[in-house]
Design a protein around this ligand. Sequence first.
Ligand code: NAP
Length: 539
Amino acid sequence: MTVTGQMLIGHTAVLGGQGSIHGLAAASGEVLQPAFGGASAAELERACALAEAAFDPYRQLPLAQRAAFLESIASHVLGLGEELIERCHLETGLPRARLEGERGRTVGQLRLFAQVVRDGGFLGVRIDPAQPERQPLPRVELRLRHIGLGPVAVFGASNFPLAFSVAGGDTASALAAGCPVIVKAHSAHPGTSELVGQAIARAAQSLGLPEGVFSLLFDSGRAIGQGLVADPRIKAVGFTGSRTGGVALMQIAALRPEPIPVYAEMSSINPVLLLPQALEARAEQIAPAFVASLTQGAGQFCTNPGLILALEGSALQRFESAAAAALATQAAQTMLTPGIHRSYCQGVAALAAHAQVQTLAQGLAGQGTQARGALFATSAEAFMGCAQLREEVFGPASLIVRCPDFAALQQVLQSLEGQLTIALHLSDGDHPQVRTLLPLLERKAGRLLVNGFGTGVEVAHAMVHGGPFPATSDSRSTSVGSLAIQRFLRPVSYQDLPEALLPAELSSGNRLHVPQLIDGQGPISPTTHSPTGAFTHRS
Ligand code: NAP
C-alpha cells in the first residue's frame, strides 16, 4: 500500500475537496508528500449518512462476525509491515522499537475486544422471569441487554499514533460495541492514519460488512471535526488530546438539540507521593526510576509524573540531589510536533521564571524540536496559592512540592484537580499514613499504584485509564482495557416480548451461551471473564 493523500468514505478512497494538509517530518521539519485533501461538508455528510445506514445491519451481525472483523483489522494492520513503521517514525519522531511495541499493543487491543465480543458478557444480559401467580399483582417478564449507541466519532491522540489513533482503543471498543466509527485523522500523522485506515477498510470489505462501518476524514481546519461532533447521526465521541480541544468538543456536544456523551481524555499531572519511610530508605533508588519515567518518550505520556509530593527534610534533599544528577545526563529528544514543542518550552520557561519556583536540574540541551528534561521545586504554600503551578506541562518536566508536614501534604492533594494516576512510594511503616490518605486519593484519581510510576498502562480487564475532570470528561469510564466498551453501550429492556421476537442472546435456551443473570442469580459480568494476554505500554 502507499500513502495517497486520500480519505476513506466507506469503502471509497476520496481526495478531499476542502483545502489540504501536509505531514511534517518530526525530526527535520521537512514537509512530507503527498498533500492530504481536507474533507468538504458534502464529504462529511456522505460519511455520516453511510455510518447511519450501516448501524443496524452492523450491530445485528452475529457476534462471531463482529469479532472476526476486529481480528481481521489486526491482521491487516500487521500486514502493513515496515511501511507503517517507517511512515509513523518519520511523522512522529518516535523510535522504531517504541512504534513496533505500540503496534503490538494496537493489535493486542483489537484481539482483546474480539474476545470480549465472543464472550458476550458485555451484553449484560439480565432476565427476570414472569411471576403470573405473584400476589397482590403478577410480575411481568423483563429481559435486558445492551446495544451500541450508534455511530461514534473518534479523535485520535498525537502521542499514540497507533494505539490511540485510527485503529486504537476508542475505535476498537466502539466497533466491538456494534457502533460504526468515523475517525477524524490527527494532523500530526496523516500518512500513518491513511495506511491504518486502508487496513480497516480492507478488513471490512473482505468480510462484506456494510461500507459505512468505518470512514476516515482529514480536516484542513476545525470545521469538519466540529461538524462531525454536531452531526445528529453521531451518538458519542472518543477523544484524546488537549484540555482546550476536549472541552471545545464537549461544549459542541452539550449544545446539540440531542446532547451526546464525549469521552475525552485530556490533562493529568499524575502526582507521585514519596512517603517518609520509603523516602528515608530508598531515596537514591527511587530518583533514577522517576527520571527514567519522566523522560521516556520525551515525556509525552498522559501518565507522565509531573508532580512529586514529599515532606521536607534530609531524605527529600537526598532524593532531589539524586534526581537532579540523573536528569542532568539525559539527552534531549524530538517531540511529536512543533506545536507541542513550543507549548513545552513555554511551560518550562514559565516555571523557571516563577518567583517561588527553584530550578533543580535540566537535561542536556537539544536542537530543533528536541525537548530537554526539567526538574523544579516549590513549597506547598506557593503551590496551593498559584493555579498555574497545577497545570500540565506536556513533556519531560516535573515539579517537586516540599510539604512542611503531613497536614500540608493532605492540603496539597486536596487542591489538585482530577488525575489519571496517583503513585505512592511506600514501606510497611508508611501504611498508617497511606490508610488515612486513601479515601482522598480515591476521589482524585482513576488509578492508584504502589512503588512504580503511572507510565505503564496494562491493557487488561481491571485497568482504569480515566479519572475525574480534567483527566477525563467522564470519570465513570476508562479508555484502556476491556471495560472501555461500556462507553458505547446502552441498556434496552424488553417487557413480555414473545420468544419468537427476542434477540438470540435473550432467548430462554441461551442459544448463544452468553453470561446471563437470571432472577438476580448467575454469572453477570460487565465485559468478560475470559483470560487474555496482557499488553503493557506507556500511555
Ligand atoms: P489537540 O490539539 O487537542 O488535538 C487532538 C485532536 O483534536 C486533533 O485531531 C485536533 O485536530 C482536534 N482538535 C483539537 N482542538 C479542536 C477544536 N477546537 N475543534 C475541533 N477539533 C479539535 O491535542 P494534541 O495535538 O494531540 O496535543 C496537544 C496537547 O494535548 C499537548 O500539548 C498536551 O498538553 C495534550 N495531550 C494530552 C494527552 C493526554 O493524554 N493527557 C495526550 C496527548 C496530548 P488537528 O489534528 O487539526 O489539530
